[in-house]
Design a protein around this ligand. Sequence first.
Ligand SMILES: NC(=O)c1ccc[n+]([C@@H]2O[C@H](COP(=O)([O-])OP(=O)(O)OC[C@H]3O[C@@H](n4cnc5c(N)ncnc54)[C@H](O)[C@@H]3O)[C@@H](O)[C@H]2O)c1
Length: 356
Amino acid sequence: MAESNIRAAVIGVGVGWNHIEGYQTHPHCELAAICDINTTLLNERGDKFGVPPQHRFTDYREVLRAREIDAVSIALPNWLHEPVALEAFANGKHVLIEKPLAASVEGGQRIIEAARAASKTLMVCYNHRYRPEIVWLKSLARAGEFGHIYAAKAGWLREGWIPTHGAWFTQRERSGGGALIDLGVHVLDLALWLMDYPTPISVSGAAFAEFGPRGQKTRPRSLKPERFDVEDSGFGFVRFANGSALQFESAWATHREPNQDAYYVRLFGSEAGANFFTGAPPGETVTVFKYINDQPASIIPRLQTGVSSHRLAVHHFVDCLLEGKTPESPGEHGLIGLQIIDAIYRSAQHCCEVKL
Ligand SMILES: NC(=O)c1ccc[n+]([C@@H]2O[C@H](COP(=O)([O-])OP(=O)(O)OC[C@H]3O[C@@H](n4cnc5c(N)ncnc54)[C@H](O)[C@@H]3O)[C@@H](O)[C@H]2O)c1
């Protein structure tokens, strides 16, 4: 093993299995530990990914105290992101944290402060950015192909998939919110990333809980919510300091086409626009629109797909540690998402626009 190799651990192995896979497939990284309080799942994952029993832990504190570990992924329920991240920084670890950054704006701020105080890297796992369509759109945006992106729309509107595999998802004190903080943060991030993260100045929004409280629209054969006090759909309109605007929407449950679970981003720029929609046929998920010779034209690229976006996100994190670079999705990006969603909740509650 080269001296520069990173030794990483994954805490929480639900969706965290993607992080295990990401660390194991990076050529300069070693998966040093996995951790989960659910020993059945811990051992299932451990067996599947060939993690030796002595590298499997149920107490995250033991993992954080291990001197040989450089970095940890935190893939725990939202309310645990903050306490575990603070302890990770106190123990000198770099942190890749699943979205949302935290269950509250204040929690997100404390995580960012702790990372700064420890001079350690903090990256939010916004894995969908690494889809080839988004990478391509970002390269066009960076090259100025869109001109000024004055408006965008983004959304993820499921027909019916209220998550109940962890009871915490539908309980505000543990999740921080519902569909907006779970799915909305992803598409909000994609739009903001492509718009170059303009500064939000005001937010208007609405949030609804139409199906969860009635135990409807969970996945077939999955549990009914134990308790449901979050939104199952939310809608927002954001204005930015540079004059641009964003409309976005997300839902775990709506009456719409059966089994729909696709997400989209539309960009409207002064020189070109774009439509990205994961529900489109393969090879047609992204299109750019512009004038060519004064005529409207559509450009559909041929992109290589198939690599897990989570794997690419984890590789980016490791590369940043190896090369001393700041990640493309620092904690500050996670915080802006939380601020916008928190403003939607306040706007919905008070029926007014909220200034940021
Ligand atoms: N980036 C994505 O696409 C994506 C997808 C799904 C979930 N997530 C995020 O990942 C996080 C985890 O989501 P999930 O779907 O895996 O949830 P989950 O409830 O399925 O898994 C969380 C795991 O954490 C374990 N855990 C709970 N408390 C623990 C503790 N004190 N110590 C060790 N382990 C503990 C649980 O046993 C469970 O296995 C959430 O923040 C969620 O928002 C991100």
